[in-house]
Design a binder for this molecule. Structure first.
Ligand SMILES: [Zn+2]
Ligand SMILES: [Zn+2]
Length: 126
């Protein structure tokens, strides 16, 4: 067993491998390193996609492939509340095709028929 002087605290310690540091100092160093790495990871890793976003993508795909389905059908098949669907429509995140007879909404301002969002294009500009 080799004995060396710790470069950090100057104590003698039983050297096994790695840098000339005693067990205590190695712990300190590696803890500091880990914290640094974790911080770097946190800065680069994107937040995990939420369940709601997954649903949203699913619903969007469904509407693309089933353009004529009603709000009720969409909500039942995709297991999402009609309220959530309407919320996305109001936020302008979902849009229905023009031949989707059930998917017309009224402009909150002038009452014109619209496909998504809350206002017709004219009222949106205003
Ligand atoms: Zn030490
Ligand atoms: Zn309008």
């Amino acid at each position: 067993m080799e004995v060396r002087v710790c470069k950090n605290c100057r104590r003698l310690f039983k050297y096994i491998y790695g840098p000339d540091l005693c067990q205590d100092c190695i712990k300190l160093v590696s803890k500091g390193e880990k914290d640094k790495i974790n911080k770097e990871l946190a800065a680069t890793v994107k937040p995990l996609i939420t369940e709601e976003e997954v649903k949203y993508e699913q619903v969007k795909d469904y509407i693309m492939t089933h353009p004529k389905s009603t709000i009720i059908q969409i909500s039942e098949i995709n297991q999402i509340t009609p309220m959530k669907l309407l919320e996305w429509i109001r936020e302008d995140r979902l849009e229905f095709s023009e031949d989707s007879a059930n998917a017309w909404f009224k402009c909150a301002d002038c009452g014109a028929k619209i496909k998504s969002g809350r206002f017709c294009n004219r009222c949106k500009i205003r």
